[in-house]
Design a protein. Structure first.
Length: 656
């Protein structure tokens, strides 16, 4: 049996191992300032291997840097032994039952830097979309992310050159120095570390959206270029949210959403219709090269589309062409070409045909009649106005423009109505916009991550979209449990932290959606809180524990931790999803956990007998986990490996 690490890996060690495999001849050793032999990289050999100039020291180069950036990067790679503990009394089941943990959605209370470290291995390459709305660093709000690498004011002034060698200030202290220095530095350190780790969680075709305003938009773009690569910059959405009537300056009526792909080369079909559009355009060019008339090209192309529709996602949106190429069938200001369907639409009141668009209707007659029966057609007062389908068949051309208008006052009112008229949160993000983003880039079973979840708009959007299109998307939300000020309306209603608001918002939104759409989707969530490890210090640093203290540490596990606590730390350590199905049963009076239908079988009870070990081995799990001190006798411990070797030799056995 192997002993589990119960902490995240050291990413710097992993990176060094990768470099060692690629360029073993560049790995060497040197002596540090304390005379200790340490590993090192030979820059000269590395330069020869990659045939690129290696810049060292103070040589000039293009880069974006700030005080403490080096410490920030080092901190990102450092392992953590923290864990996530289930809060069952806050968890909600799929159907809305309190205390159940059958939901696949995750809500985590804790500092998102440590949480991201904890999640890194388990959710590595599993998140299809990340959306975050981080602090905008406006100077008006409290900076609550107190990272360990944040520098003191004195340290910052020295490192940033704002003090001379004798410690004398080089500027007037009465000036607003934060806006010129540390004010940005602390924010940059905070956001850089979180974005750097989050990239590892994205799938190869994954996408991240980051909301920001003018205060840090420029810096955020530079950070994202560095982390994701400028070649993976997709674009910037402009979200117009309200009217700024300040006459003393240029009106600011918008925010930004930066969009980056993890790997644009392998993005595949992450932007819906992209593959269909590409193939149809290729077919169009092929036909055009045959020197035939445009009308014949249209006929041939539509026939080809019809024959290949099963292999072309969203193909219906690309069936209108002219001399300039392929167009969407939808009529809008930037693409006025309708679908070309010529039939009469009779007004239900006057009984007369409504006027046709010059180039025909944008939808087939069958589609129009279907929506008319469902009450989704907006009719004019008489036959002089063209009817309009409310459920517009939106396309890639019109679906996600670079400018999105959403009056945030309506969003605020929607959230207020959900909380019976009380204003519990300022400036919530509009779920309609989030739904468009999610629908645009995810599959029906994707995982969406939001690690600045605030009022939990992302969860609301995921549930609403799943209800509307039958999807099974899942979310992972992370929020620091910031305490609310006593003067706020939310505090007076009984909410103590932002997490309280977010969790209750999901519950209320779920009930509202369930009334309209039924109980077919997952309305629940499992709540976890970030906490210190379940293991005592002796587990991680046995050499530092004195002999006299060993008598009180026969067990490595802290006294206040439950079997459920141990199970979830084990799942995180082994890379098993927190949303996995968990069943609990007894064998000979011992509590047994079955995770992911036999993938992991765990028992954390003491006095485990050979009979229990045999029955677990007979289940042939991939992993079998026990406490180090759980065996009933030395004989059971001795025979443990032999039992598994004879019954289930492929099972990986580990102990805490």
């Amino acid at each position: 049996m192997d002993k589990m690490d119960m902490k995240t890996p050291n990413i710097a060690d992993r990176n060094f191992e990768t470099l060692s495999r690629l360029f073993p001849n560049a790995i060497t050793e040197t002596i540090d300032e304390n005379g200790k032999v340490i590993r090192a990289v030979d820059a000269d050999i590395l330069k020869q291997e990659i045939n690129t100039e290696v810049i060292e020291g103070r040589e000039e180069r293009y880069q974006f840097t700030w005080p403490n950036k080096r410490n920030t990067i080092a901190n990102i790679n450092m392992p953590t032994s923290k864990t996530l503990r289930l809060v069952r009394e806050k968890s909600i089941g799929r159907s809305g039952d309190v205390g159940q943990i059958d939901s696949e959605n995750i809500y985590i209370e804790g500092d998102n830097l440590e949480v991201l470290k904890v999640l890194r291995e388990t959710y590595l390459n599993k998140i299809k979309m990340i959306y975050i709305d981080p602090p905008y660093n406006t100077g008006k709000d409290q900076f609550v992310y107190d990272d360990s690498f944040a520098s003191s004011t004195s340290d910052f002034l020295k490192k940033s050159g704002q003090k001379d060698e004798n410690g004398n200030l080089l500027f007037d202290m009465r000036a607003n120095n934060e806006s010129n220095g540390r004010f940005h530095t602390d924010w940059l350190n905070m956001i850089y570390s979180r974005l750097k780790i989050s990239k590892d969680l994205l799938t190869e075709d994954g996408v991240i959206f980051v909301s920001i305003d003018d205060n840090e938009q420029e810096n955020l773009k530079k950070i994202c270029d560095e982390i994701f690569g400028s070649q993976n910059y997709v674009g910037m959405l402009i979200l117009k949210t309200a009217t700024d009537n300040n006459p003393s300056q240029i009106n600011t009526e918008h925010e930004y959403m930066l969009c980056y792909a993890k790997n644009r080369v392998q993005q595949g079909n992450w932007l819906r219709t992209s593959e269909a559009a590409k193939r149809i355009i290729e077919k169009y060019k092929e036909l055009k090269n045959q020197n035939i008339e445009i009308d014949e090209i249209k006929v041939k192309l539509r026939k080809w589309i019809k024959e290949n529709k099963d292999n072309l996602p969203q193909v219906a949106h690309y069936n209108c062409v002219d001399e300039k190429g392929v167009y969407s069938s939808a009529g809008n200001s930037s693409n006025p070409h309708p679908g070309g369907y010529m039939y009469d639409i009779i007004h239900p009141v006057t009984g007369k045909p409504c006027p046709k668009p010059a180039n025909g209707w944008r939808w087939p007659e069958k589609t129009f009649l279907k929506y008319a029966e469902e009450g989704e057609v907006e009719w004019g007062i008489d036959d002089s106005t063209q009817p309009h389908i409310k459920k517009r068949i939106e396309t890639a051309v019109e679906y996600l423009r670079s400018l999105i208008y959403e009056d945030n006052r309506a969003t605020t009112k929607m959230l207020s109505d959900l909380f019976d008229g009380h204003k519990v949160f300022d400036n919530p993000k509009p779920i309609s916009v989030l739904m468009r983003l999610i629908d645009y880039v995810t599959d029906s079973d994707s995982i969406i991550l939001d690690f600045f979840s605030g009022s939990a708009s992302t969860a609301h959007a995921v549930m609403q979209l799943n209800a509307e299109d039958g999807g099974k998307r899942k979310y992972v939300l992370v929020q620091l449990p910031e305490e609310l000020e006593s003067k706020t309306e939310a505090y007076k209603m009984g909410y103590k932290t932002i997490c309280d608001i977010g969790e209750n918002r999901i519950l209320k939104a779920g009930k509202t959606i369930k009334k309209q759409y039924g109980s077919d989707i997952d309305y629940g969530y499992r709540v976890f809180k970030l906490d210190e490890s379940n293991m005592k210090d002796v587990y991680y640093n046995p050499a530092e524990i004195q002999q006299a203290s060993l008598f009180g540490m026969a067990d490595n596990i802290k006294e206040d931790r439950t079997s459920e606590d141990l199970l979830f730390q084990v799942m995180l350590d082994l890379g098993v999803m927190l949303s996995s199905k968990i069943e609990k049963f007894d064998i000979a009076g011992k509590e047994i956990f079955n995770v992911a239908e036999g993938f992991l079988i765990a028992s954390f009870d003491n006095d485990v007998t050979e009979d229990v070990v045999k029955k677990i081995a007979e289940m042939k799990p991939y992993y079998a986990i026990f406490r180090d001190s759980s065996m009933a006798s030395d004989s059971v411990a001795t025979n443990f490996d032999q039992i598994f070797a004879s019954i289930s030799p492929d099972t990986v056995r580990k102990v805490l």
